[in-house]
Ligand binder design. Structure first.
Ligand code: DHB
Length: 423
């Protein structure tokens, strides 16, 4: 079978929220894009992900005309509750920083973006295999893959965007001599459940006690999402329903405080924890966005929000790069030189420098990434129990908690970071 080749301005590896949002926003600026993804649309839609969207994320979805379901099915939360040893403190986002967050699962954001891209006739290949990215250090990068029907295909582009998640293959195309991998792991994980019960409380509750961390979140009027800290190699089946609810209730406190609403558990998963940043996020004709370039621990739900902040930083720089490229191509065509610029005698494209707009993207995106890394790391350490703790460690953490909840300045720090800084 012969290879089928298409040509676009930008080839996108990874059809999650970052890849799809990039494709949609580029198309609105007259830049063509094609997306490939190894999973099926249905698999991504059905995979539970975090549920909190920052104000800027919601604004971005609304501005891109994919926000109608967030606004109808999502729930605006004007605050959140921090609980320590059963004692609760509300952080009032609106009063403190004039912003809210929206409870709307990331897998639904994905679904809205995928439907919008497909409705607009955007090129997307789901469930592809054998993906390879070629020539990112040249002016003629290309993606090759086998589509779901078994056809081998190739997408030629001026730029490749790698939005292929935390196990990114694109990232590995940035040579180790150029790339710094900043990484830490944590000695715990989250045990996540979905259960059929109405919300325990109107807002989310982030809780810590000597038993460690728990989070009470929601999905809708009849399904709740909850998490608690566990050992990274916990077998989800080793915990019974009663043991799970009793443990979460114990973290929330058993006397007086919040009474957990219990119901049949319909999903149990263990979520790994790590912090990772790839620096730089651009190399030659490749840029990384979202989890491909950085991973945060889930405390504070920054992952998707950060991915879409990358896209906000990226799209104007891609437009600048493509505009400059087209201008230099038409200059060359006008100056009557034969052959594409700089082609070597054997027809191979020579290597190119990373274009300045793409270097700028990396710098801008990483500034925000590090702020979010800091917040996710800090909130994780504030709210989790370390394996080796003693009375000092727990009491010190209580001091830190009081410093946050006990003053308007501490509360404002939490509210500002949680609801998301302006660009
Ligand atoms: C959810 C997940 C998070 O990591 C978080 O900080 C808040 C909410 C959720 O899945 O609802």
């Amino acid at each position: 079978m012969t290879e089928h080749t298409t040509r676009v301005d930008v080839g996108i590896v990874g059809g999650g929220p970052a890849g799809l949002m990039t494709a949609l926003l580029l198309k609105r600026r007259g830049i063509s894009a094609a997306v490939i993804e190894t999973r099926t649309k249905d698999t991504i839609h059905r995979t539970q992900r975090a549920g909190i969207l920052e104000t800027a994320t919601v604004n971005m979805l609304v501005d891109a005309e994919v926000g109608s379901r967030v606004l109808t099915d999502g729930h605006e939360h004007e605050g959140t509750v921090l609980s320590f040893d059963g004692e609760q403190h509300r952080i009032d986002f609106q009063a403190l920083v004039g912003r809210s967050v929206w409870l709307y699962p990331q897998n639904e954001v994905f679904y809205d973006l995928a439907n919008a891209w497909e409705c607009e006739g955007g090129e997307i290949h789901w469930a592809v295999t054998d993906t390879q990215v070629h020539g990112v250090e040249t002016a003629a990068p290309r993606i090759s893959f086998t589509d779901a029907a078994g056809q081998t295909r190739s997408i030629a582009a001026d730029l490749i965007v790698g939005t292929d998640g935390s196990r990114s293959m694109c990232r590995k195309l940035i040579p180790e001599s150029v790339r710094t991998d900043h990484f830490i792991s944590y000695p715990f994980a989250w045990f996540g459940i979905l259960c059929e019960a109405p919300p325990t409380a109107p807002e989310l509750i982030y809780a810590n006690s000597e038993l460690g961390f728990a989070l009470i979140s929601q999905r809708n009027e009849s399904v709740q999402r909850m998490y608690f800290q566990c050992d990274p190699d916990t077998d989800p089946e080793s915990w019974s329903e009663d043991a799970i609810f009793d443990h979460i209730q114990a973290v929330l406190g058993t006397e007086g405080g919040v009474q957990l609403k219990r119901g049949p558990i319909i999903e149990k998963t263990v979520l790994p924890f790590r912090s990772y940043v790839c620096d730089p996020l651009s190399h030659g004709r490749l840029v990384l966005a979202g989890d491909a370039g950085h991973t945060v621990p889930p405390t504070g739900a920054k992952g998707l929000n950060l991915a879409l902040a990358d896209v906000r930083a990226l799209v104007p720089r891609v437009e600048e790069f493509i505009t400059e490229l087209r201008a230099s191509e038409s200059d060359r065509a006008g100056s009557d030189r034969s052959g594409p610029e700089g082609e070597t005698p054997d027809g191979e494209a020579p290597s190119v420098e990373t274009p300045e707009p793409l270097r700028r993207y990396s710098r801008t995106a990483l500034d925000r990434v590090w702020k979010a890394q800091n917040f996710s790391y800090w909130a994780t350490n504030l709210l989790h129990r370390q394996p080796e703790e003693n009375s000092f460690t727990h009491r010190r953490r209580r001091g830190e908690f009081d410093a946050i909840t006990g003053s308007v300045h501490g509360q404002a720090y939490f509210a500002d970071s949680y609801t998301g800084w302006s660009d």
